[in-house]
Design a protein around this ligand. Structure first.
Ligand SMILES: Nc1ncnc2c1ncn2[C@@H]1O[C@H](COP(=O)(O)OP(=O)(O)OP(=O)(O)O)[C@@H](O)[C@H]1O
Length: 973
């Protein structure tokens, strides 16, 4: 067979071309040797004739299981292993061994990282019974979703939606050709399109919720020239993704022109900008000062914290009336332990104001939607529609059961009063079984199942997301999966090229290439967890999204924070750390299965140990928890709520406080006596801490300190701590070094990180006089550090001891910040202080936000000189660079090490960059990424093209900065 394999398949123009395993695994354009070619031809023809039969039966798409069944039927005996160069599975030649139940295997040893490990064979998965008709098979037979051909109101151009044509065509270009029937019904709910009614709705993950909110929110902004909208999301990554999406949606969509009466009558020095009527979408997240103000955006996409801060400022300065729409995504998080209560603060403030702002709340996991719609006086809408059907399974002891059968198991168990796992096991029929493995690495049946299931889907060419309970587990699973999936010359060279590109990109990051990723990525497998830097995670999600990676192994905690849909979602035990996950988290994880536009079906597999079976079955059938207010889970939350509303003058009397409290979700989910107790004690504490004052007429005002705490977004208790620390600093601030300033920027919220006292001691010993003086002024004793390094225990019983421990921890973090500011890369700091690099990066970022808060705190307190000093250093913190690089570090892509390389090459100012030809910048960028490893000259050329594109962005950014600096100079003259 001298014929090019890819051409042979493509020339048949068969719709299932991409399902042909051989077509995928043999590089395009490759010519096979004659023996191999004969084998290939017979396997290939068998595959295609099997497919042709299915075609006649009208089946156009297959689940992974179906694809694999075809492979097994078509060329079970075809020598795929010799083709791929891997060994045959032991399970094909020998009987399955007895596997000890519940045997737990250790993670793959880290010492093997970097060594080439032998390939392994994933266990076979064998069908035992014919699956019953599923939602998927039924939908294939009968089209369940009507289209705009039968219902015109499913078209986005339908007159009642009154959407501008460019918006409709942008959505079309983004794949939204028409809306789903539920989206239509929801949008046509009373008072929604005209913005007079609030909305609370729930739909399954991936059900298309965001589109409804986007349409309503954009209508508000487009219909009123002065209108602002805020879209509030829990995680930075989601904010960034949403900003990108919305910018595409509103591209070239024009807002209503200003009414002649609203026009500025002053003579215009500058001409109207061509983009002046565009909808400006701005993201607010993470650290740093908020540069953009309320006037600089039309749609603000924010994290909870930023939204709360923006709203407080707008209420205080009277701009809030322009706010016409607020979208609260992931509304169930309102009672989240950590930050969700901020949503309640935001919505309650808006309800108390009583002006017309449309609030839109949505969630995939709302058990008691009614309480939320009562709270927000909203129209309610609920749907269970999923555009891509999902088949769910439970896997244990190597057997795969349909998730629906677990309900029978539960029922049978409760009827028979037998609750042992073996009793549960009897009552259900497995669909398939996973053969036990002879590899010692796969003796644990749960791990064996995870690997076999991941391998099955990856080999069929679809994306797999595996959730693990720990970071270490993610890395270990990724390594094992990478040893069973196709790689090297089994792959299409184009895919291989993409993976090499990804490796190159990761290598060029400041952190360098993680050795485990170096091992797994060539096989299309990666992990994704909070121990990694944002840049690493971004590159991995983009590569997965683009198809270069087939398997991503992530921690459960990231399930809600990432949007990485997959054909198959596998849960490696349903645990987060040691704890069993809850039903909401389970839904979030399973909700990643099936992506509209890419998959026709989603599949989830929850793989659990036999000893967990009962808990897992219960979990799978558990109702979602009832959502209630998060304000009383910690009494400081009511304190914060009250301090905020007094400070921004939303309330000032006891009566208005009561009115405000009546608008909270808390008033619907708790008894009034309990609420009154909380309010009384919170007001008392706030008075005692000196955050508010009251006069004889029972009216309350915030003190300067109270306002400073609110302005800096601190919790009252943290505010009191910061105030004590700052007062001490004002009396004696060490200015002949940086340590004191850096300490002042070290966040106080997350001071739970443990200290490696040996590292603390050696860093302390290396401190100069100035650093030691800082320690002394803070009340930290070298003798204590020495004692702790020898194995002592830091007492934390009394409030005074707790405060001292907090100061030690804060100082330990300040040492890390100092290193970051001295251009030490994140991964080096992480290694030095024995912390995950993601944690160090998070520290760096929260520091920026905290620093911004501290500057505001000082300004509010009237400590202008201190604010100015902190302001100067906050730029340094953001740049991760010494003072001489500050100007350069404002330019896009020029941070830290890159800034240093540019500086040393003579590009010392923004102007020098702005005036340079981008081509001149390429060699410098190359120098800034010395570890980039390239072999072939073709790669070299591609690499240079990439760098030139980057240089262009740098040049544009420098030009913008330079022009605004010049304009500033002109204005000042
Ligand atoms: N009417 C539609 N036609 C085609 N694609 C759509 C439609 N509505 C939404 N989508 C697409 O479906 C995908 C999932 O939608 P979306 O993110 O809104 O789901 P969701 O319900 O918000 O999920 P989650 O709970 O994960 O936030 C997106 O890619 C979106 O663009």
């Amino acid at each position: 067979m001298g014929e090019n394999h890819a051409t042979s398949c493509a020339s048949r123009v068969e719709p299932h071309y991409f399902d042909c395993v051989l077509c995928r695994h043999i590089p395009h354009g490759s010519t096979l040797g004659s023996d191999l070619a004969a084998l290939f031809d017979s396997a290939h023809n068998t595959f295609h004739s099997a497919n042709a039969m299915e075609q006649k039966q009208g089946i156009l798409h297959r689940t992974t299981v179906e694809s694999v069944a075809v492979q097994q039927r078509g060329f079970r005996n075809a020598p795929l292993a010799p083709l791929s160069g891997s060994k045959r599975s032991f399970s094909e030649t020998a009987d399955s061994p007895h596997i000890e139940p519940n045997k737990h295997l250790d993670f793959q040893s880290a010492s093997s990282v970097g060594r080439e490990l032998p390939r392994l064979i994933a266990s076979d998965i064998v069908a035992l019974s014919i699956p019953l008709p599923s939602e998927y098979s039924q939908r294939k037979a009968i089209s369940a979703t009507p289209t705009s051909a039968t219902d015109r109101s499913l078209s986005l151009s339908f007159a009642r939606y009154a959407l501008p044509e460019p918006l409709v065509s942008n959505l079309n270009a983004l794949g939204v050709k028409e809306i789903y029937p539920w989206q239509k019904q929801c949008l046509l709910g009373p008072g929604l399109l005209d913005g007079t009614r609030n909305l609370v709705y729930s739909a399954p993950t991936g059900g298309g919720k965001s589109l409804v909110a986007d349409i309503l929110m954009l209508k508000r902004v487009l219909e009123d020239r002065n209108a602002k909208a805020l879209l509030i999301l829990p995680y930075v990554a989601l904010v960034q993704e949403k900003v990108r999406w919305l910018r595409n949606v509103v591209q070239d969509v024009k807002r209503k022109p200003l009414h002649p009466d609203e026009r500025d009558t002053k003579p215009q020095v500058w001409q109207k900008r061509p983009d002046e009527d565009n909808v400006r979408v701005v993201g607010f997240f993470g650290g740093g000062k908020i540069r953009a103000t309320w006037l600089d955006f039309d749609v603000g996409v924010c994290t909870f914290e930023k939204a709360n801060m923006l709203i407080n400022t707008a209420i205080d300065d009277g701009n809030i009336t322009n706010l016409k729409a607020v979208v609260l995504d992931e509304l169930h998080m309102v009672d989240d332990d950590h930050r969700g209560y901020l949503m309640e603060l935001i919505a309650t403030k808006l309800l108390s104001l009583g002006h017309d702002v449309q609030m839109i709340g949505m969630s995939a996991t709302l058990a008691n939607i009614d309480i939320l719609s009562t709270w927000l006086s909203a129209h309610t809408y609920k749907t269970f529609y999923r555009p891509v059907p999902v088949e769910e399974h439970l896997v244990y002891e190597g057997k795969i059961y349909p998730a629906s059968s677990t309900r029978c198991i539960l029922k049978a168990a409760s009827q028979s009063q037998q609750t042992t796992s073996s009793a549960l096991e009897l009552d259900s029929q497995p669909l398939r079984t996973i053969r036990a493995s002879h590899h010692k690495e796969f003796q644990d049946p749960v791990l064996n199942a995870v690997i076999a299931l991941a391998n099955e889907t990856a080999r069929s060419g679809y994306g797999v997301l595996v959730f693990c309970s720990s970071r270490q587990g993610c890395e270990s699973d990724a390594r094992l999966i990478s040893r069973v999936v196709p790689q090297g010359n089994e792959l299409d060279p184009a895919i291989l090229e993409k993976r090499l590109d990804l490796l190159g990109d990761l290598r060029s990051l400041a952190t360098g290439l993680d050795p485990i990723l170096a091992e797994t990525i060539p096989a299309g497998v990666a992990f994704h967890h909070a121990g990694m830097t944002i840049e690493e995670r971004d590159l991995i999600s983009t590569a997965y999204d683009g198809g270069a990676l087939k398997v991503v192994v992530a921690t459960c905690s990231l399930a809600a924070g990432i949007n990485l849909p997959a054909r198959r979602v596998i849960l490696h035990n349903a645990r987060m750390g040691r704890d069993m996950i809850g039903p909401s988290m389970l839904r979030q994880m399973r909700g990643r299965a099936g992506r509209k536009g890419k998959d026709e079906i989603g599949e989830t597999y929850l793989c659990c140990r036999k000893c967990d079976l009962e808990d897992v079955v219960e979990l799978m059938n558990a109702d979602l928890p009832q959502v209630s207010s998060g304000l009383t889970t910690d009494k400081h939350r009511i304190q914060r709520a009250l301090l905020e509303v007094v400070s921004i003058r939303l309330v000032n009397t006891r009566e208005s406080i009561n009115d405000y409290i009546r608008k909270t979700l808390l008033s619907l989910s708790s008894t009034s006596d309990l609420i009154q107790d909380h309010v009384e004690s919170s007001l008392r504490d706030l008075l005692e801490m000196g955050f508010i004052k009251s006069d004889n007429f029972d009216s309350y005002v915030a003190t300067q300190l109270g306002k400073a705490v609110v302005a800096s977004s601190l919790e009252p208790e943290d505010g009191a701590f910061v105030h004590r620390e700052m007062q001490r600093a004002l009396q004696a601030f060490v200015m002949d070094g940086e340590m004191h300033i850096l300490y002042t920027f070290t966040p106080v919220q997350e001071l739970s990180a443990s200290i490696n006292w040996q590292v603390f001691r050696s860093e302390m010993e290396a401190l100069d006089d100035s650093g030691l003086r800082v320690m002394m002024f803070l009340g930290l004793k070298p003798t204590v550090v020495n004692r702790m390094a020898q194995g002592g225990n830091l007492k934390e019983s009394t409030p005074a001891e707790k405060e001292t421990a907090r100061i030690y921890r804060r100082f330990y973090l300040a040492l890390q910040l100092r290193d970051l500011c001295n251009e030490m890369p994140v991964h080096v700091v992480a290694r030095k202080y024995d912390m995950p690099r993601g944690t160090v990066q998070t520290l760096e970022q929260t520091c920026q936000g905290f620093a911004a808060g501290m500057i505001k705190f000082c300004e509010q307190m009237g400590w202008g000189a201190m604010a100015a000093i902190l302001d100067h250093f906050s730029d340094r913190l953001r740049a991760g660079a010494k003072a001489d690089l500050l100007a350069l570090a404002k330019v896009t892509f020029i941070k830290s090490r890159t800034a240093r390389v540019f500086y040393d090459n003579g590009f010392k100012t923004v102007a020098s960059l702005a005036n340079a030809d981008p081509k001149e910048l390429v060699p410098i960028l190359m120098q800034a990424q010395p570890t980039k490893l390239r072999v072939k000259s073709k790669d070299e050329q591609k690499y240079e093209e990439k760098l030139l594109a980057k240089a262009q962005v740098i040049s544009d950014s420098a030009n913008r900065l330079w022009q605004s600096e010049m304009q500033q100079d002109l204005d000042d003259e």
